[in-house]
Every structure is written in C-alpha cells, then in structure tokens.
Design a protein around this ligand. Structure first.
Ligand SMILES: NC(=O)C1=CN([C@@H]2O[C@H](COP(=O)(O)OP(=O)(O)OC[C@H]3O[C@@H](n4cnc5c(N)ncnc54)[C@H](OP(=O)(O)O)[C@@H]3O)[C@@H](O)[C@H]2O)C=CC1
Ligand SMILES: CC(=O)[C@@H](O)[C@H](O)COP(=O)(O)O
Ligand SMILES: [Mn+2]
Length: 382
C-alpha cells in the first residue's frame, strides 16, 4: 500500500490524483489540503478518511471541523497546517498540487522530512529551484515531475543511464491566441483566455498558457529538473498537444513521449514510478490524426515568453519577481481589474524595478515576492 498526501486536493490536479487513487485501489490518502472549498474537502474526507486535512482559510477550517466532527480527521489551517501535513509520519509521497509560490515552504519541509515529491506546482521550482534541488540531493529523495512536458522528458530519459542531453524540445500548444498580434490581443476577455485548445486545467495555468508565460515557467522548470542551460531548452509550437515533449541526445537521436491530453497519465506515472500501471481512457488514433504540425514560438507578440527567458538567464531573484508579478497580474486579470496585455506590462515593470540578489535565501525569496506585490499595488493604484 502506497501512502500519499495531496496539497491542493480540490483542484484540477488534486481531483485527478484522487481519480488515479480510485482507479488503482492500493493508495492510502493520509493528508489533504485546499484553500477554501470545504464542500469538496468534506466529501473527500468522507470518501478517503485522511488522518489530517488542511484548510488555508481559518474561518472555513473551523466550519469544516464542525461539519466533520463525526469523523477521525484532524482539521488544521494556514501555513502551519500545510507544514504539519508535509512533515507528518506515515506517508511516502507528497503531491504538491497547490497553485503558486505558496507551495515552496511545505514542499521544502516535506523534503527535509525525507518525503518523495510528485511536483505539479511549477512556481515552486521556478522560484526556489536553487534551494530545492540541493536539498533533494542532500536528503536523497525523489522529485517526480507531474507537469505533462516534464513527465514526458522524464519518460524519455528512462533507461538512458546518464546519457547527455543535447537539447530538450519543449512542446507548446501556443494557446487560444496562437498566431495573433498584440494589437489583436488588446481586447481579450477572461472568458476568451480561459478557453485552452486542448487541456482542461485550473484558471491560473490556463491564463498562463494563453500568454505563453506557462511555457516560460516550464523552460525554467526544465532547467532545474534536468540540469540543463536555458539555451538547451528549445520551445517548439505543436498546436494539438499530441507530443508532450522530446529529448535530443548527442548522437542526434530524438526521443518523444506522445499521448492524449490527460493529466492522469503523468500523475499515475509519478506515483508508481518506475512501474507503468494500466490506465483506461482514450488512445491516440494516428490514422485519423494524419499529421502533426510544428512552428516557431513568437517571442515578439508573446512577451511573457521572452521575459521568462530573460528571467531564467538572469537567475537569482529575477525568476521570483517574474513569477510573483505574473501571479499578481493573473489574479487581477481574472478579477477583471486589468486588461489582458497588462499582465505582461506588470511583469516587465516589476523586473525592471528589481535589484537582483544572486543567491537568495528562502526568506529573501519570500521578501522578493512581497516586494513585487507592493511595487505593483503602488504602480497600478490598487
Ligand atoms: N491543471 C493541470 O492540468 C496542470 C497544472 N499544473 C500546475 O499544478 C498546480 C495546480 O494547478 P491546478 O490543479 O490547475 O490548479 P487549481 O486552481 O485547479 O487548484 C488549485 C488547488 O490549490 C488549492 N489552493 C489554492 N490556494 C491555496 C492555499 N493558500 N492553501 C492551500 N491550498 C490552496 C485550491 O484549493 P481551493 O479549491 O479551495 O481553492 C485547489 O485545491 C499549478 O501550479 C499548475 O501550474 C501543471 C501542469 C498541468
Ligand atoms: C497539461 C500541462 O502540462 C500544461 O502545462 C499544458 O502543457 C499547457 O499547455 P501549453 O502551455 O502548451 O498551452
Ligand atoms: Mn505543462
């Protein structure tokens, strides 16, 4: 019996992780956590009987505790709650499926406690990769990628026994505005940007895919996971998301992982690695697909992708500012407080304003996040 804890159990990745648990029947879920959605948490408690459940919002945590008083699940709240789940005894894999930099501290605490990490949350690695990767090595735990492209790369590397990567070919759908100019994107509304061509995901990452900031974050994520330089990761637009990513080796061979757009595969692969378990669901039909189209990314109109490259190359605290500004801007866009193009305007302004710290400590990472929020609030009069 495997035992896991899931931070972000009510979200897109969290609920699909629970689907994988249901389908396999040999995983015990000992801890779950979410932000505010206590209706979903209550039904998860009743179905999976976790020992502990975290709710970020303190009031909601109190409400949930009353609702589930008839169960044995302990309810905790806030960051203390997330940390308590992360370090609890009696489980092996933490699924980090919360959205945003909030994932850094519990992920690091879990690694310190010797847990393997199934990592969906890319913001954690983008902003704290310089702290997390050495810690993973020191504690000898496994960092198992869940993000579809990184799972694909991980699968392509399986059995390569340390053969050197010449290049990572990171595929991108290009999002709903592929081929558009900035002029055409001026009046994009939230509802338009939430229509991803291939994947059904949470709101924040769906907006990130539309701006291609998601791909920028993923280039930095690949840099940390696979120990390559920013220029060793080539973004390849492949609109149907059939090829989830590829690895080119020094002899010119290219290995690719293909599949339907279903996150349950990378989630299951991470949970059972190195074993492949059977999985029901759609299969690719190459006869009806007929062709796979490729294109170059458009760095001029998708400024977020260009800014991500700059941030990744600058390193230190700059990716923190890139990511924090994007998290702030996307929340404002989803709340209909700023226009679509202001997302990248905010990222650019925050990066220009920031004075780089070469090797930020965890406190400096979190301070750079807070300072970015303060700067943008002031500049945009929030
Ligand atoms: N969805 C996907 O297919 C993919 C997602 N990812 C990455 O995985 C992560 C999760 O994405 P996704 O599942 O789409 O996001 P969702 O928005 O669907 O879910 C986010 C989850 O995090 C919880 N949460 C939010 N804030 C807090 C907090 N402060 N404390 C505790 N829990 C919190 C939410 O709880 P509540 O419901 O209460 O708000 C919810 O359970 C992101 O980093 C994303 O980039 C990567 C690849 C694919
Ligand atoms: C499912 C997943 O991993 C997402 O990150 C997805 O890849 C988004 O697609 P694009 O960013 O390529 O549009
Ligand atoms: Mn991805």
């Amino acid at each position: 019996m495997k035992r896991i804890a899931i931070l972000g159990s009510t979200g897109s990745i969290g609920t699909q992780t629970l689907d994988v648990v249901r389908a396999n029947g040999d995983i015990e879920v000992v801890g779950i956590a979410a932000g505010r959605n206590i209706d979903a948490l209550e039904s998860q408690i009743r179905e999976f009987s976790p020992k502990i459940c975290g709710v970020w919002d303190e009031e909601k945590a109190k409400e949930l505790a009353v609702r589930v008083a008839d169960t044995d699940t302990k309810i905790v709240s806030g960051m203390e709650g997330l940390l308590e789940i992360a370090v609890m005894e009696g489980y092996e894999i933490l699924v980090t499926a919360v959205v945003g930099m909030i994932g850094i501290r519990p992920t690091m605490a879990a690694i310190e406690a010797g847990k393997d990490i199934a990592l969906a949350n890319k913001e954690t690695l983008v902003t704290a990769g310089h702290l997390i990767i050495p810690l993973v090595k020191e504690k000898k735990v496994r960092l198992l990628p869940v993000d579809s492209e990184h799972s694909a790369i991980f699968q392509c590397l399986n059995g390569e026994h340390g053969n050197k990567i010449e290049k990572i070919l990171l595929t991108a759908s290009g999002g709903p505005f592929r081929g558009w100019t900035r002029e055409q994107m001026k009046n994009v509304q939230v509802e338009d940007a939430l229509k991803h061509p291939n994947w059904s995901m949470g709101a924040k990452i769906t907006i990130d895919s539309s701006t291609m900031v998601n791909k920028g974050l993923e280039v930095m994520e690949a840099k940390w996971l696979f120990d390559v330089g920013m220029d060793d990761v080539q973004v390849v637009v492949q609109p149907k998301s059939v090829i989830h990513s590829m690895v080119q080796f020094e002899d010119g061979a290219v290995m690719a992982q293909l599949g339907t757009p279903d996150m349950k595969l990378p989630i299951q692969y991470a949970l059972y690695y190195p074993e492949r378990r059977p999985m029901k669901g759609d299969r690719l039909d190459f006869w009806s697909m007929k062709e796979i189209i490729f294109d170059k990314p458009d760095y001029e109109n998708f400024r977020g992708l260009a800014l991500a490259r700059d941030a990744g190359k600058a390193g230190g605290s700059v990716p923190v500012v890139f990511n924090a500004a994007n998290e702030f801007a996307v929340a404002k866009f989803l709340g209909k407080k700023i226009s679509y193009l202001e997302i990248t305007d905010m990222i650019e302004a925050a990066m220009e304003h920031h004075k780089k710290i070469a090797h930020p400590s965890l406190d400096e990472v979190l301070d750079a996040e807070a300072e970015t929020y303060e700067f943008l609030k002031k500049q945009w009069n929030f």
